[in-house]
Design a protein around this ligand. Structure first.
Ligand code: UDP
Ligand code: MG
Length: 317
């Protein structure tokens, strides 16, 4: 099979039939062998009924329905597990992404050799309250992830080589950073294609402004995981030791200067009157805590199933 289209959806009953018709038309025109995997993320409307209806009419329709709403990332995760096509394309269900982009995305993966191609909604049809924070979000994501050529990390329309989706694990709300996940898994050729974007035709957006707060926190998590995920001591241990040393040295200075003053008959005051004493003690306590956090982190890593999970690209036996 050449193409799997994975469509995560949550209460999108009005859009699904139109979306499928459109995908079907494009696939037929280009003679692709394909499947469309609808992942119903616990919809409470008629979405699943409609998917069942489509699957009766077409063999290319597959579906998964979650018992409750888990989120877009879990939906993508299950879609990826099920996908069998050589190229996997993800697309939102709300008709904001255009199926007409599929042939070119397929060509970029199979002929230009990209591992991942992300859509770029250069001209967006979304409210300003979304487009401005998005610019900031993408700039931060570019900086942190080191993927400098992407303008639109969170675009729902993306194409992947099959290996990529089988070797990354999208969870929580990490769908915003799939290119970063792919990069961390060792897939280097990540490209971008300007895609056509439309205003939402039916229903309403499922994400509020909290996406930017959560997205930012997730980015920090990912950065931390990719840098220190299996060696937390290198982060906490270093910080902790520095902090502790700083505290220790300043406590010694406070003590020594008191002794010096006593010895030379200079005026002196109680050590406990000096604010520096308290600052140093605090630094030593925080330093110890950070160090301990590192240690506990190491114990967690030692027990984690991930600790020896590597991506093997090729092997000679
Ligand atoms: N979605 C989902 N589960 C959720 C929220 C959203 O599967 O919990 C789907 C939604 O149905 C749509 C896609 O994810 O197909 C993108 O969502 P939306 O269009 O609301 O996001 P926006 O375009 O506003 O970024
Ligand atoms: Mg949308």
């Amino acid at each position: 099979m050449e193409i799997s289209v994975v469509v995560p959806l949550y209460n999108e009953e009005e859009s699904i039939p139109e979306l499928f018709q459109w995908i079907e038309k494009v696939m037929k025109e280009h003679d692709f062998t394909y499947e469309v995997i609808f992942v119903d993320d616990g919809s409470t409307d008629n979405s699943w009924k409609i998917i069942e209806g489509l699957s009766q009419k077409s063999d290319n329709v597959k579906g998964i329905k979650f018992r409750r709403n888990y989120g877009k990332s879990p939906a993508l995760y299950h879609g990826f597990l099920k996908a069998q096509g050589d190229v996997v394309i993800t697309m939102d269900a709300d008709l904001q992404d255009s199926p007409d982009e599929i042939p070119e995305l397929y060509r970029m993966i199979t002929q230009d050799g990209y591992d991942l191609v992300s859509g770029w909604k250069q001209k967006r049809y979304d409210p300003l309250s979304k487009t401005i924070p998005t610019k900031l979000f993408n700039a931060t994501a570019r900086k942190v992830s080191g993927i400098k050529n992407l303008h639109d990390f969170n675009c729902g329309l993306k194409a992947y080589k099959k290996e990529v989706v089988k070797h990354i694990e999208v969870y929580g709300e990490m769908h915003r950073y799939i290119p970063y996940l792919a990069k961390n898994a060792g897939f280097k050729k990540i490209g971008e294609k300007v895609v056509h974007h439309q205003a939402r035709k039916y229903g309403k957006t499922k994400f509020g402004l909290d996406r930017f707060v959560n997205g930012y926190l997730d980015l920090i998590t990912l950065w931390f995981l990719s840098k220190f995920g299996v060696k937390p001591m290198h982060f906490f241990g270093l910080l902790g030791s520095l902090m502790f040393l700083l505290g220790l040295i300043s406590v010694i200075i406070v003590g020594a200067s008191k002794l010096y003053a006593l010895h030379h008959g200079l005026p002196y005051r109680l050590i406990t009157d000096s604010p520096y004493l308290y600052l140093s003690l605090t630094a030593m306590i925080i330093g110890t805590q950070l160090f301990l956090a590192g240690f506990i982190g190491e114990l967690v890593v030692r027990n984690s199933a991930e600790r020896n999970k590597y991506q093997i690209e090729k092997e000679i036996v």
